[in-house]
Design a protein around this ligand. Structure first.
Ligand SMILES: *Cc1c(COP(=O)(O)O)cnc(C)c1O
Length: 340
């Protein structure tokens, strides 16, 4: 190993690893999995991904467990979701089995970059698919590149598991009512940069978007799903413009296992008055507790955490999910795949 990696002080950035894996769709079929040591891709100047945003991605993690084994969390769910994203913007879906094989291969090849147990760090896995054939007319590409890179990332909560504040700003939408919000499309992120940066400038960690049609119901929380606890019930928005988070799906299952009622339904802004806990959920943080929600249009402030601490249910859900990922708690739902 070149230099010792300071696992505890890694950021959520990019660090080069040894290998990435690639697979091309050409002449109507997917080819063999290729292993690459290059950090670059060679693209045609007229590739559809460059001109018309034909690009989708995924994000998942591998963890070093208490027993030293490396576990990938909910591999199959990510495989299925990127197929849905592909179909959504007319790209070629990668077969689920091929996705799994590629992920396990790239993790195993870069095993030395999976951070040690106890560091709080993990190996972030980033699959992406690009339309690569040359075309100037607006239509789907005939050739695709599916690539998976990995990079170690540090603990999300460097200063501890603490609530942050988020805001509502009705002037911004992340996606359109019947648009691409339910798929993991790179363009959705480009469309949300202005709003996100504006929120950061004002000292908020994210924008809590409202539904883009009526601006009445809660939608996504930046690049994460929003969840809240109200009278002991787990509530999360039902919407056509939300990316179905695998973390949210997992937390809903854990909540049910704990005997907590789960409701996936419309949540109005006014209902924020009555919530006891809230969090933004996704692979990066699992659950990032929310302290306060400021509606910048009405001036109303919804104080979620009165004592500046995360609530008990969000904390318990967070700890349970982390425990399963690290092999500390029995994986009764079969969510983890051990890398051999
Ligand atoms: C990836 C993503 C999430 C979180 O999904 P997970 O599967 O939990 O990582 C939530 N919202 C958006 C917009 C996303 O892109």
């Amino acid at each position: 190993m070149d230099k010792e990696i300071d696992w505890k002080n890694l950021s959520f950035g990019y660090m080069p690893t040894d290998y990435n894996v690639r697979c091309y769709f050409r002449d109507g079929k997917w080819g063999d999995i290729e292993v690459s040591q290059s950090e670059e891709v060679n693209l045609h100047i007229a590739a559809t991904c460059l001109h018309y945003g034909q690009e989708i991605f995924e994000g998942l993690k591998a963890f070093r467990g208490k027993d030293g084994k490396v576990r990938v969390f909910r591999l199959e769910e990510n495989a299925k979701r990127i197929c849905e994203s592909a179909k959504g913007i007319l790209m070629q879906p990668l077969p689920v089995e091929k996705f799994k094989e590629m992920v396990l291969k790239v993790v195993s090849l870069n095993e030395r970059f999976v951070p040690p147990y106890g560091s709080g760090a993990s190996l972030y896995i980033r699959p992406l698919e690009l339309g690569i054939s040359a075309q100037v007319g607006v239509k789907p590409a005939s050739e695709y590149l599916f690539l998976i890179l990995v990079t170690p990332v540090g603990p999300y909560f460097k200063t501890g598991f603490k609530p942050t504040n988020i805001c509502i700003m009705r002037r911004y939408d992340r996606v359109a009512p019947n648009g691409t919000g339910l798929w993991k499309v790179g363009g959705n992120y480009a469309a949300s940069l202005t709003a996100g940066e504006h929120a950061h400038e004002l000292g908020y960690s994210a924008v809590l978007y409202l539904d883009p049609k009526e601006k009445k119901y809660l939608d996504e929380c930046g690049p994460a799903n929003f969840i809240a606890i109200k009278n002991g019930v787990y509530i999360t928005p039902a919407s056509q413009s939300i990316l179905p988070s695998i973390t949210n799906k997992s937390l809903m299952q854990l909540a049910e296992d704990m005997g907590i009622k789960v409701e996936c339904r419309h949540i109005t802004v006014d209902e924020l008055e009555q919530i006891d806990e809230a969090a933004a959920v996704g692979t990066a943080a699992v659950a990032s507790p929310v302290g306060e929600i400021d509606d910048l249009d009405t001036g109303k402030k919804y104080i979620v955490s009165k004592d500046g601490q995360p609530g008990p249910i969000v904390t318990r859900l967070y700890e349970t999910l982390r425990g399963i990922q690290l092999g500390e708690i029995e994986d009764t739902h079969g969510w983890c795949t051990v890398v051999e």
